[in-house]
Design a binder for this molecule. Structure first.
Ligand code: OTU
Length: 647
């Protein structure tokens, strides 16, 4: 539905008049003007997005009015400090691109026991240069199995084991004052089956049943299910769960206790907007939009990445820009490469995980070749204006081999066989493997499988230590630093999964825990080993080598404008084992080279010359001046950051 500018103005005036009448005291506030200006600017976008989805509802304007009340309420509750940060960010809306962000993620309980203790870990994080901290879901959730917190029972209550909502507010404020932005999840595709809404729905309340997607018969559910992909096939095939007391089939894309929300219902959108703004007011600066591809369902499609999913996110984004402009969205779309970037935009998600590069960094380590990585990045690394990648190698989730089939075919790789090879490689079933990972959700019908394990274990450290092989230990350490070398320098926000910097290994104890044993992702969700972290300060320890390597990457990023915010250009260094890219600003040009082979490699000098480089270069990683007369020699798994002498 399209609306004329005039109709839009009329609606805006109606809404403004409504708010002014409802909040007579607010319009006298000196800061009201700021809110009113943002409302005026962004209202047309918000209205059009909502009309696209809900325009056919007879009570559309009733819901719109309720939404604006929610927005005004949330803005009024926002603290003066956050309102001032809003003003600051409005003047510098792409602050997340400035290059100062260095990300880390952790489970509060595994890293620090609880929120209060987390504040005591600030010095450790600051030492590592962290300025962005993603706390894995800290919300109230069912006892026992709760999908690592992704089954949310209340967005306004903290898991009592971690603290209270007040503790969370204080923690966010403390981190903010120390220069660290807090990132929290907006798990908006589903709630847990213990959320108040779900409980009421189960008791037969039809209003709340309308919050979810429930079908009376298996056949009705099947009409959708025939086109759906099973996300956790090990747990249960398909996407529906039978509620025998209700005699209904509930849509549960993920686990049986995670009920998908029904966004066709405008009340659901409004209710979730309220929850989102509540989180904004707690002090969130980056909101991680969980499971974005799944939020809209349409019969006859696979119910992933539908245009309406984008419309919904843009509507949420417009609301955030009006009420809490200091908060930006991070998209979590672990989908086909063609789809990932569609979620990026200053009016949608300003930043996004980069799962393609993540998967291909592992692919390159396994094959010892940068062929597919280079080809895919050259095609797909560029992001829309005002957007940034979040570059990571591991997260709390599994690794899926999400490269594009055509990209693989372009470089002579059979995509299907290659995926199988990669899975075999990382679960240690392949003879050339250095990795110790585990299988996740092998789907016997499609043959798809994913992989779990910590960075260090997948890079070969676990195996090398077990075999007490110093050479292999050295190579494993190099692999860890090589792939992080890329995430820190290629452009975007690097994200450390805390523990990587000290080489934490897999934790097999999850198998003895009934709530976890079916989910191999717990293999790499290990309690942070503070004793091991202490070892970083002792000479000749592995921890020190790794940690120092990370500190070097942090320093390099902070000290080189081109690495922090230059343009990225992927180049062909004339050796298929080596990934090469320039980072360039008007003042500086840097060439990064990553050798994925565990053998020495050379980059031919003529190729370097062709790329405009001189014979003498400075590698700021090794701290060495290099003369590349005939060729540039690279050690096994070496990462180089090359500067020209004299700038
Ligand atoms: C996300 O992941 C979270 O990261 C997971 O930890 C949760 O279990 C899940 O949502 C449910 O909340 O399928 O294997 O494209 O790939 O949302 C992990 C997005 C997942 C999905 C992603 C999902």
């Amino acid at each position: 539905m399209v609306i004329s500018n005039k109709q839009c103005d009329v609606t805006l005036r109606r809404m403004q008049a409504h708010l002014e009448k409802r909040y007579p005291q607010a319009i006298d506030l000196p800061e009201w003007e700021g809110f009113a200006i943002r409302l005026k600017e962004t209202f047309p976008t918000l209205l059009n997005e909502l009309l696209t989805i809900y325009g056919h509802h007879f009570d559309f304007y009733y819901h719109l009015e309720r939404l604006l009340e929610t927005m005004a309420d949330a803005w009024l509750e926002r603290t003066p400090e956050w309102k001032s940060i809003d003003v600051m960010r409005e003047a510098d809306p792409s602050w997340y691109q400035s290059g100062h962000l260095i990300g880390a993620m952790a489970y509060v309980d595994l890293f620090a026991d609880d929120l209060l203790n987390l504040q005591a870990k600030i010095p450790y994080l600051k030492e590592l240069g962290v300025t962005y901290l993603h706390l894995m879901p800290i919300y109230k959730s069912p006892e026992g199995d709760d999908d690592g917190g992704y089954a949310v029972s209340s967005y306004r209550e903290v898991d009592p084991k971690l603290g209270t909502i007040e503790d969370l507010r204080n923690t966010a404020a403390e981190f903010r004052s120390q220069g660290i932005s807090i990132v929290l999840d907006f798990v908006f595709n589903h709630t847990s089956d213990e959320h108040e809404w779900a409980k009421k729905a189960r008791e037969g309340d039809e209003t709340y049943q309308g919050y979810y997607l429930m079908f009376d018969s298996r056949d009705e559910a099947l009409e959708y299910e025939v086109n759906l992909r099973s996300i956790f096939p090990d747990e249960r095939p398909g996407s529906f769960t039978y509620m025998n007391r209700l005699k209904k089939w509930v849509w549960t894309t993920f686990h049986t206790y995670q009920w998908d929300l029904n966004y066709r219902n405008p009340e659901v959108f409004n209710a979730m907007a309220e929850e989102m703004l509540f989180l904004a007011n707690v002090g969130v600066e980056v909101l991680r939009m969980d499971a974005v591809p799944f939020v809209w369902k349409q019969k006859g499609t696979n119910c992933e990445n539908l245009p309406e999913a984008h419309t919904l996110i843009r509507a949420f984004n417009a609301i955030a820009r009006i009420v809490a402009p200091s908060m930006v969205f991070k998209s979590e779309a672990i989908v086909a490469p063609d789809e990932i970037q569609k979620y990026m935009g200053t009016d949608e998600c300003q930043i996004s995980y980069n799962p393609l590069m993540m998967a291909l960094l592992w692919e390159s380590l396994a094959t010892r070749s940068a062929k597919l990585l280079r080809h895919s990045l050259a095609k797909r690394f560029a992001v829309p204006e005002g957007c940034a990648w979040v570059n990571y190698v591991r997260s709390h989730d599994d690794i899926g081999w999400g490269f594009d089939n055509h990209d693989a075919l372009d470089v002579g790789i059979d995509p299907h066989g290659h995926r199988k090879f990669l899975t075999d490689f990382y679960v240690g079933r392949h003879e050339s493997s250095f990795a110790r990972g585990e299988l996740f959700q092998e789907d016997p019908t499609t043959g798809d499988a994913r992989v779990c394990g910590t960075t260090a274990s997948l890079c070969g450290l676990e195996k090398a230590l077990a075999e007490n092989d110093p050479e292999e230990i050295e190579l494993a350490v190099r692999r860890i630093l090589l792939i992080h070398g890329v995430t820190f320098t290629i452009g975007g926000i690097p994200l450390i999964y805390l523990g990587e910097e000290i080489g934490m290994l897999n934790d097999h104890s999850y198998r003895e825990d009934l709530d976890k044993e079916g989910d191999a992702r717990w293999l790499h969700r290990t309690p942070f080993d503070w004793k091991k972290a202490e070892e970083r300060t002792e000479d000749d320890t592995l921890e020190k080598t790794l940690h120092t390597g990370f500190l070097k990457l942090v320093q390099m990023r902070l000290n080189n404008a081109a690495l922090a915010r230059g343009e990225t250009e992927i180049v062909d260094p004339g050796n298929e084992h080596v990934l090469g890219y320039f980072r360039t600003t008007s003042e500086q040009s840097i060439l990064c080279l990553a050798n994925f082979s565990d053998q020495p490699q050379v980059v031919p000098a003529p190729r370097l010359r062709q790329l405009g480089l001189k014979k003498v270069l400075v590698d700021i990683i090794a701290g060495q001046t290099i003369v590349a007369a005939k060729q540039l020699e690279m050690e096994p798994l070496q990462f180089m950051v090359l500067l020209r002498q004299g700038g």
